[in-house]
Design a protein around this ligand. Sequence first.
Ligand code: IPD
Length: 260
Amino acid sequence: MTALAERLDMAVTLATEAAALALRMRPSPGAATAALKGAQDWLTEADGAVERLLSQRLQLAWPADGFQGEEGGKARSGSLRWVVDPIDGTANFMRGGKRFCVSLACLEGDTPLIGVIVATALDETFVARAGIGARLNGAPIRAAATADLARATVELGWSRRRPTADFLALTERVIAAGAMPRLNGSGALGLADVAAGRTDAYAELHINLWDVAAALVILAEAGAIVSPFMQGDGPLTGNPILACAPGIAASLSAATGIAL
Ligand code: IPD
């Protein structure tokens, strides 16, 4: 087995274990009690516990690999680097919702090579490795063949990191172009849905590396068209993202103003 194949197997095992831990720690439905990093920016105990588990297990398995997590930042460096979002979709998770996941990627420099997204409460595991394809629960996935925005569903991502007016303008442009907008609260799962052909695009004006690192491999392997997230300071400070079914990529890029 090659070094990357071994890492992929281990990544699936560890992300599954981490996602099970998250599920055990998921709060019951009701008013949110989690701490806030800022308005609408949640920090749950599970975020820290899941990130620690992945960091420790990966260090044991590959001491020379780097590690970067949403909560702890760049903890270790290495030519291969693991990038983790311990819980993506925190706003759903901390209300007892199902739409959250653990996102785990392995990068060489700034090139994502392995992507694993485990959504335990949905019973869904997305897995991809550069050059060998993308799968959902073991079955190959492909971006949709949609060619007309009037038939397209586009998920939008929102955070307070960009002005409200810019988000509203993006939403208006997507609707004016003929597409149906959605907002489901997990960037990683929103992107994975494009790869699986369940939506036609995902657009967000600013997103961070840990939210997208695993999905970038899954999208590329599923034949989706994705904006150059890694360009400029993307890996450090984030970038906009547009991920599309190929047949609507040019028209949606023109409509949203997010370059491909
Ligand atoms: C957020 C979610 C959200 C996206 C934001 C992310 P978190 O991550 O993915 O859907 O729109 O940009 O920050 O807080 O759930 O890890």
